[in-house]
Design a protein around this ligand. Structure first.
Ligand SMILES: Nc1ncnc2c1ncn2[C@@H]1O[C@H](COP(=O)(O)OP(=O)(O)OP(=O)(O)O)[C@@H](O)[C@H]1O
Ligand SMILES: O=P(O)(O)OC[C@H]1O[C@H](OP(=O)(O)OP(=O)(O)O)[C@H](O)[C@@H]1O
Ligand SMILES: [Mg+2]
Length: 285
């Protein structure tokens, strides 16, 4: 049986979380040091450890069937490559930044200016759409240093916390795009591999769902159950079981992580006691 060929970043910002999601779906790969291609023990899958920047070409050529990659790299180099799942990690922006004291009202301020970037296609597309022409200096890393050494008037680079800009006396003035890690698929994938990818994607979706939710168990007096059900929507409706203590029940439900503390406060205010909150490993729905 042929295998699904999946690329992940060999090392760098995406590596750890990519491996974590694969581990969370139960994939077992023996991570032999310096092995750039490994097979999973419990799924027909070969994992390729590659440079993030090289992955779009491997996808285009069909050397790999799918990849976990930063959306920003696909925008830069990955025309014709479809994204099938956003993975929710490595969130960042690709932004324009200028020296702190420079004026910026809109993109026309960059007309005729020198812009240093590792994302020349992204910048060119952005400027062309707005009829602005500028001189691009392509550099591969430490882009934020360019204005300070007189190499450029502005930069376009990744911004996440904004720390690197701040430390280099720069300010973010415009956002070209927002990015996160995604599951992307080769235009050359065949049907057998597509099937495997769908199975893998289904498992990933169940892990992503479970990360968004928590399992809650609580006890409540029977007369409060109606009010509590209104607070706890659950996947369908909450499970209710009688306790040994008469007049009391135990309720089980799933709640969204983002609304977690608000819901807990409401539950307490409505008579819930002995509230237990547990992580969910997988949500298959
Ligand atoms: N500071 C950051 N915060 C969040 N995500 C980031 C940050 N920097 C980069 N990323 C995301 O992680 C991806 C990989 O970045 P990283 O710096 O590890 O590799 P790279 O230098 O682009 O690639 P290569 O693997 O080719 O060396 C980027 O394409 C982007 O999507
Ligand atoms: O807004 P921040 O949280 O400071 O993150 C932004 C920085 O992170 C990335 O660099 P990285 O550390 O990956 O180094 P690199 O330029 O060598 O890739 C990016 O190129 C920025 O420099
Ligand atoms: Mg980087």
């Amino acid at each position: 049986m042929s295998k699904l060929k999946l690329a992940v970043q060999k090392s760098g910002r995406l590596h750890e979380d990519s491996m974590k999601i694969l581990k969370d779906i139960g994939l077992f790969v023996d991570n032999g040091k310096d092995q750039l291609k490994v097979s999973a023990a419990n799924f027909p899958l070969e994992l390729f450890y590659l440079r993030n920047g090289d992955i779009p070409q491997y996808l285009k050529d069909g050397v790999v069937d799918a990849a976990i990659i930063g959306e920003n790299i696909l925008f830069e180099k990955g025309d014709n490559i479809n994204i099938i799942e956003k993975l929710g990690f490595s969130k960042c922006k690709v932004s324009i930044a200028l020296p702190k004291h420079e004026q910026y009202t809109n993109i026309t301020c960059l007309q005729g200016k020198r812009i240093a970037t590792s994302y020349p296609n992204t910048v060119s597309k952005f400027l062309k759409k707005r009829n602005v022409s500028a001189n691009l200096h392509i550099i591969n890393g430490s882009v934020e240093i360019a204005p300070n050494i007189g190499l450029a008037d502005a930069i376009v680079d990744i911004v996440s916390s904004g720390n690197t800009l701040f430390k280099n006396n720069l300010k973010e003035v415009d956002v070209l795009l927002e990015s996160e890690a995604v599951l992307a698929v080769s235009p050359k994938i065949n049907n057998e591999q597509k099937n495997l990818l769908e199975r893998l994607q289904f498992r990933i979706q169940s892990v992503l769902k479970s990360r968004e939710n928590k399992y809650v168990l609580l006890n409540a007096p029977d007369e409060k159950i109606k009010d509590i059900i209104n607070i706890l929507p659950g996947m369908n409706s909450p499970t209710i079981m009688p306790l040994a203590k008469s007049g009391w029940s135990s309720l089980h439900s799933v709640i969204n992580k983002n609304k977690f503390w608000e819901i807990i406060d409401e539950l307490k205010a409505n008579g819930a006691e002995g509230i237990l909150v547990c992580p969910i490993e997988n949500m298959v729905i």
